[in-house]
Design a protein around this ligand. Structure first.
Ligand code: NAP
Length: 292
């Protein structure tokens, strides 16, 4: 069994980006610039945004942060987005999800200029991804593709089972694994909460990608020997022994499943750090498009 080490790999990627940014600056160019909009003060969202800003500092990007009250109206939020759409100094930005219930998430995503949508959530970018055109890929599936590529995990001709069909993980993941390229060329089965006898599919899978958010859902008796496991799930579960009072749990019963796996991602330290690094790669793509 080999670990797909997202911490090690994301550090390598961030160092590559850092060197590139240094070379841009040596050539007298400005640094790439990423923005983040946070609505409200949800603890997890705050941490995600803080980490994104920290990553920008590490690689030498400029960053901007806009923290808005959770009472802001949808119209006011969209007006802020328009301002950032029109800001020539900003290469790309994200609106941290989830948003307060009174705000229509679709309307907000649609308001972002697709050329600045470094989360890759805008329908235009999603469509381009599905058509295998160059675009911003959603960061989590992008990070998994990068991980499979850099660890040289074979995917062509393999049967990949994805559990979960969300717009940010499961569905784009299934599209990317079926694309004509490497990684990709997998035969993909996408499963969800209405799938009957899910284990029937996972038992036959060469690669299982879990993105459902149910701690330790995937058990050892649901997979075959030699399976590749990518665990996207991150759920906070109570842990009185931890200073924070919780720990992060994946969707996979790691201790038992690892005995059968050829490759496996840990949680934490697998997909999460890769997701962070891919947002930087998307920002770099936006910057390079702007500086052609
Ligand atoms: P989501 O929007 O809640 O989607 C969950 C998906 O799982 C849905 O498609 C749902 O099916 C399916 N599902 C739920 N229970 C199931 C069951 N018992 N059997 C089969 N399918 C089931 O979640 P998400 O945003 O995709 O996130 C999934 C997990 O990944 C969460 O733990 C999240 O925190 C984590 N995550 C991690 C990262 C990272 O960087 N590591 C990034 C994003 C998300 P239906 O469609 O039928 O409801």
């Amino acid at each position: 069994m080999q670990i797909l080490d997202g911490i090690k790999l994301s550090k390598e990627i961030k160092n590559e980006i850092k060197s590139l940014v240094e070379s841009y600056k040596e050539q007298g160019k400005r640094a790439p610039h990423l923005g983040a909009i946070l609505v409200g003060n949800d603890g997890a969202s705050r941490t995600y945004v803080d980490n994104k800003i920290k990553d920008c500092k590490f690689v030498g990007f400029e960053s901007s942060e806009l923290i808005l009250e959770d009472t802001i109206s949808q119209e006011e939020l969209i007006a802020k987005i328009q301002e950032w759409n029109n800001d020539a100094n900003l290469d790309g930005f994200i609106v941290q999800l989830p948003l307060p219930k009174h705000i229509d998430q679709e309307a907000v995503i649609n308001a972002i200029d697709p050329n600045k949508d470094v989360d890759g959530f805008h329908p235009m970018n999603f469509g381009k991804m599905a058509l295998e055109m160059e675009t911003f890929l959603p960061a989590t599936p992008y990070g998994i593709m990068e991980m499979l590529e850099r660890y040289e995990v074979p995917t062509a001709g393999k049967h990949t089972v994805v559990i979960g069909r969300s717009r940010i993980v499961g569905r784009p993941m299934s599209i990317l694994m079926s694309k004509n390229g490497n990684p990709g060329n997998s035969t993909v089965t996408i499963t969800h909460s209405k799938t009957e006898d899910l284990a029937k599919y996972t038992k036959e899978a060469d690669i299982v990608i879990t993105a459902l958010g149910v701690p330790e859902f995937l058990k050892a008796d649901m997979v075959k020997d030699g399976v590749v496991i990518v665990d996207v799930g991150i759920t906070r579960v109570d842990d009185p022994t931890s200073p924070k009072g919780f720990k992060l749990a994946g969707d996979v019963d790691f201790e038992n499943v690892k005995e059968k796996a050829s490759w496996i991602t840990p949680v934490p330290g697998g997909v999460g750090p890769m997701t962070r690094a891919m947002l930087l790669k998307n920002t770099l793509l936006a910057y390079n498009r702007n500086n052609k």
